[in-house]
Design a protein around this ligand. Structure first.
Ligand code: ADP
Length: 159
């Protein structure tokens, strides 16, 4: 049984995240998408809302589970029987930081990290950019799932 984790903030989930999650789901027995609980950084969506959106948009994948974690990712892996972390690489700029994290996680707990290159359609895509564009009235349809798009519009209208 190969259980892997896709960790991140997912504030909110984008089509870039979904691309990596769905490809991982096709390769491994179980994929746990783990939302990082960061007490020092308030997101646009609460952790509960991010989890709920992730559940909605991954409901067609029977082997994808949504969870949350705080503290060290390697501890979350140990508690949940996870042997590898899956990360999407958008550009070379992602690589240096990701390599440090991967090497540290391996050193601490022998947790492996596997990198998937992003679908070129989404190589420029990150949640913070989506939020910024949407905040100023830009069109982000096609970059996030429909349900995220409507929640995003609703949330920004409340601000
Ligand atoms: P961001 O806020 O930059 O979108 P997250 O922390 O939510 O990032 O992302 C979690 C992980 O999802 C990242 O470490 C990366 O592996 C992957 N990821 C994010 N965006 C993309 C994308 N456009 N294409 C491929 N992988 C992505």
């Amino acid at each position: 049984m190969h259980r892997v984790v896709c960790p991140g903030s997912f504030d909110p989930v984008t089509n870039g995240h979904l691309d990596i999650i769905s490809r991982a789901a096709a390769m491994y027995d179980e994929v746990v998408v783990a939302v990082l609980i960061n007490v020092t950084k308030q997101g646009l969506f609460t952790v509960d809302e991010r989890v709920e959106l992730l559940r909605e948009v991954t409901s067609q994948y029977g082997n994808v589970k949504i969870d949350r974690f705080h503290g060290l990712l390697v501890d979350f892996c140990a508690t949940n029987g996870i042997t590898a972390v899956i990360k999407g690489l958008r550009a070379v700029s992602d690589f240096e930081y990701e390599m440090q994290m991967a090497q540290m996680n391996y050193r601490m707990a022998k947790v492996e990290t596997l990198f998937m290159t992003t679908n070129p359609l989404y190589s420029f895509l990150r949640s913070s950019l989506v939020k910024e564009i949407a905040r100023y009235g830009g069109d982000v349809s096609g970059l996030v799932p429909e349900t995220v798009l409507s929640r995003l519009r609703q949330r920004l209208a409340e601000e």
